[in-house]
Design a protein around this ligand. Structure first.
Ligand code: ADP
Ligand code: ASP
Ligand code: MG
Length: 406
C-alpha cells in the first residue's frame, strides 16, 4: 500500500516525539508499505518565528516571512529522517520544492497549482521512506512560498491526491474530530465519520484540527482521509463524501474562533459602488473577509450607513491600512477595529431538513445572558459574533443544547 501520513506540530514537538513518529513509520515500513511522511514544524516554532519578525517590523515583507517560516518544517524533516536512519530505515527528506509542489505567487497563503511527484516516486521505488516538509512550495520564480497557517494538512492531502495514495492519515494530538474542541468542551465526543462539507464549515469557522483549504482540496479530489492521534492507536475520524444517513443528525459540531477581529466603517455614504470599492481593495490585498453586516441607512439628503466586517486577527493591521487609504475617496467618518470578539458556529448537514436550529442556538445564548453582535447563515451553518470574554461559556452552552451534557 502507498500511505501518506501527516504529523502535526505536537506530534514532532521534541526528539522523543520524533522517535515515536519514526517507530510508527517503521512499523508500516516493516509490513511492506510505501510511505510518504509529511511533517509540520515543532509546535510553537512557527509562532515564535513570526514573533521575532514582528519585533523587527509590524508588517514584514511576505516573501521574507515565507523564507523564514519554511525553516521550521526543514528542521523537522531532517530530524525525522535521522530518527528513521537510527532505526536502520532508509529515509530521505525533501523540501516542498524538491517534492515538486508548485504554487502561485501569493506569499504566506499560496495556492498549489500542480504537483510533479516524480522524484518522490523514484525514491519510494528505491525503497526509501520519503519525508516531505509540510506547509511549503515554490512559485514559478523559484521563491519559497507557504500555504497558510495549518498548511501541512494541505501538503498531506495534496500529495495523497497526486500520488493516488491508498490511505491518507492525518496524525494530531487528539483522537480525531470531536463535536467541539475537547479542550473547551470536555464532554465533546469523537465523531466516527463526518462529511467533507461539515468538516469544511467547522474548519473554516475555527476548528483548527484541519486547515479548511486542505478539506476543500480533499473534497475536490475525493481524498478520503482519517484524522487520528499520534499518541495512541485508537481509530480516528473518517472524513468523506456525505452519505444518506448523515442528515439524521441536525448538528454535527460546534466551533469557536477567537482569531477574528471586527472592522467597522461609520458614516459610509450610501450609494452604489461603495461596498464594491471597499471589498475589491481588500480582495486585491489578498485579505479574506468573513462576515459582513451593513446597517439600514440613516439621513435623507445624504444618506449614510455603518458597515462592519470580520477578518482574521493576523490580517487586521493590513485591513485597516487598506481601508484607511480609501478614507478620502469614499468619504466615510470613523474607522474602528475591535479585537475583543469571537465567532461561534453550529454546523450540520441535517439543518437542510430540520428547522429550528437558529432559535435553539439563540435561546441557549439568551439563557446565559450573552448578547449577539452579528449573525450569518449558510445552508449547513449558523454563526454568531459575540464578545470574546463569553466565547468558551457560549460554546459549552450551545454544545449542551444540541449535543448533550456540559
Ligand atoms: P496539529 O499540530 O497536529 O496540526 P492542531 O493544533 O493544528 O494540530 O489541531 C489540533 C487541535 O485542534 C486539537 O488539539 C484541538 O484543541 C483543536 N480542535 C479544535 N476543534 C476541534 C474539534 N472539533 N475536534 C478536535 N480537535 C479540535
Ligand atoms: N507550521 C505551520 C503552522 O504552524 C504549518 C502547520 O503546522 O501545519 O501553521
Ligand atoms: Mg494543524
Amino acid at each position: 500500500m502507498l500511505i501518506v501520513q501527516k504529523y502535526g506540530g505536537t506530534s514532532v514537538g521534541n526528539t522523543d516525539r520524533i522517535k515515536n513518529v519514526a517507530r510508527r513509520v517503521a512499523s508500516y515500513h516493516a509490513r511492506g508499505d510505501q510511505l510518504v511522511v509529511v511533517v509540520s514544524a515543532m509546535s510553537g516554532v512557527t509562532d515564535s518565528l513570526i514573533r521575532m519578525a514582528k519585533e523587527l517590523m509590524p508588517l514584514p515583507s511576505e516573501r521574507e516571512m515565507d523564507m523564514l517560516l519554511a525553516t521550521g518544517e526543514q528542521t523537522t524533516i531532517a530530524l525525522t529522517a535521522i530518527a528513521l536512519h537510527a532505526l536502520g530505515i532508509p529515509a530521505v527528506s525533501m523540501t516542498g520544492a524538491q517534492a515538486g509542489i508548485v504554487t502561485d505567487g501569493v506569499h504566506t497563503k499560496a495556492k498549489i497549482q500542480n504537483i510533479t511527484p516524480r522524484q518522490i516516486k523514484a525514491l519510494l521505488d528505491a525503497g526509501n521512506v520519503v519525508i516531505v516538509a509540510g506547509f511549503q512550495g515554490q512559485n514559478s520564480k523559484g521563491d519559497i512560498t507557504t500555504l497558510g497557517r495549518g498548511g501541512s494538512d494541505l501538503t498531506g492531502i495534496a500529495l495523497a491526491a497526486a500520488l493516488k495514495a491508498d490511505l491518507c492519515q492525518i496524525f494530531t494530538d487528539v483522537d480525531g474530530v470531536f463535536t467541539a474542541d475537547p479542550r473547551i468542551v470536555p464532554s465533546a465526543t469523537k465523531l466516527d465519520e463526518i462529511s467533507y462539507d461539515e468538516m469544511l464549515e467547522l474548519a473554516s469557522s475555527g476548528s483548527k484540527v484541519m486547515q479548511s483549504r486542505s478539506v476543500e482540496f480533499a473534497k475536490k479530489f475525493k481524498v478520503v482521509f482519517e484524522v487520528r492521534s499520534s499518541l495512541g492507536d485508537n481509530p480516528g475520524t473518517i472524513v468523506k463524501e456525505e452519505t444518506a444517513n448523515m442528515e439524521d443528525v441536525v448538528i454535527r459540531g460546534v466551533s469557536f474562533d477567537k482569531n477574528q477581529a471586527k472592522v467597522s466603517l461609520i458614516g459610509v455614504p450610501d450609494k452604489p459602488g461603495t461596498a464594491a470599492r471597499i471589498f475589491k481593495s481588500l480582495a486585491d490585498a489578498s485579505i479574506n473577509v468573513d462576515m459582513i453586516v451593513q446597517n439600514i441607512s440613516h439621513g435623507s439628503s445624504a444618506p449614510s450607513t455603518d458597515l462592519s466586517f470580520t477578518v482574521d486577527k493576523a490580517e487586521l493591521l493590513k485591513a485597516t491600512h487598506v481601508i484607511g487609504g480609501l478614507k478620502q475617496e469614499i468619504g466615510f467618518g470613523d474607522l474602528l477595529s475591535d479585537e475583543a470578539i469571537c465567532k461561534l458556529s453550529i454546523v450540520g448537514v441535517g439543518m437542510r431538513s430540520h428547522s429550528g436550529a437558529a432559535a435553539k442556538m439563540f435561546e441557549a445564548l439568551a439563557r446565559e445572558g450573552i448578547n449577539i453582535d452579528m449573525i450569518s447563515t449558510s445552508e449547513i451553518k449558523i454563526s454568531v459574533v459575540i464578545h470574546v470574554s463569553k466565547g468558551e461559556q457560549a460554546t459549552r452552552a450551545v454544545h449542551a443544547a444540541f449535543l448533550g451534557p456540559r
